[in-house]
Design a protein around this ligand. Structure first.
Ligand SMILES: C[S@@+](CC[C@H](N)C(=O)[O-])C[C@H]1O[C@@H](n2cnc3c(N)ncnc32)[C@H](O)[C@@H]1O
Length: 217
């Protein structure tokens, strides 16, 4: 088992600079060069230990994925998975999702995934929720016109908050699931996250939504 102290994880990320981008701002507007192709780019903000994004990348070699988290230790687990699976279409960034417009040009991203984001239930922490309006404004800026957000969570409070936040922002809710794992049609394409595995094993319902930004008038 790898050593997961801060130094060990930091060294691991530095040793794998071909996967974990050290200076992501250098690639703003040039991510297709980094990947070596023009495939669509999907990002996951708050990727945690990376089961979702590495699973998606293995299933969809025609899409480029960027895993984003601001915790060094969890990103090192995601890196383990990417190395193990030897995925040419995965890159990683150790950054705060609030600053994404420093790293991506307007319209450079095709899709944003948010999975089991921290709920921050206290009202005074609302601004930290990844579906708060300032985060939505950032996603809108970096997404192509009509780009989508796909969000899933076990947390009913955060889900309800997010439905309202997205609607207030003027996004179109394309589809909503109130019990994702009961949807047999969606099941074959559902790649589970670590939190999803943990909470669904405990019998918790998983909520999901797909929403898109509408063209500005
Ligand atoms: C509850 S975990 C979920 C991890 C994973 N998506 C899953 O479903 O297993 C939330 C993750 O989001 C990350 N996170 C929270 N706020 C973030 C932000 N502003 N920018 C980047 N990552 C963030 C945390 O560090 C944590 O790893």
């Amino acid at each position: 088992m790898r050593v997961r102290n801060r130094k060990g994880a930091g060294e691991m990320l530095a040793e794998n600079a071909h996967i974990v981008v050290e200076n992501p701002a250098d690639f703003k507007g040039r991510w297709s060069e980094r990947f070596g192709n023009d495939h669509p780019i999907h990002i996951e903000v708050g990727c945690g230990k990376g089961a979702f994004i590495t699973g998606m990348a293995a299933l969809h070699p025609e899409i480029n994925y960027i895993a984003i988290d601001m915790q060094l230790s969890v990103l090192s687990y995601a890196l383990d998975k990417a190395i193990e699976a030897d995925l040419p279409n995965v890159q990683m960034m150790l950054v705060d999702g609030a600053a994404l417009s420093e790293y991506f040009a307007d319209g450079e991203i095709d899709q944003v995934y948010l999975n089991f984001s921290d709920p921050w239930p206290k009202g005074r922490h609302e601004k930290r929720r990844l579906t708060y309006k300032s985060f939505l404004a950032t996603y809108e800026k970096i997404l192509r016109p009509e780009g989508e957000i796909h969000f899933k969570t076990d947390n009913r409070g955060l889900f309800e908050y997010s439905l309202v936040s997205l609607a207030n922002y003027g996004m179109e809710l394309k589809k909503v699931w109130l019990d994702l794992h009961q949807d047999e049609e969606f099941a074959p394409q559902n790649v589970m996250t670590e939190y999803e595995q943990k909470f669904s094993q405990k019998g918790q319902v998983i909520y999901r939504l797909e929403a898109k930004f509408l063209p500005k008038k």
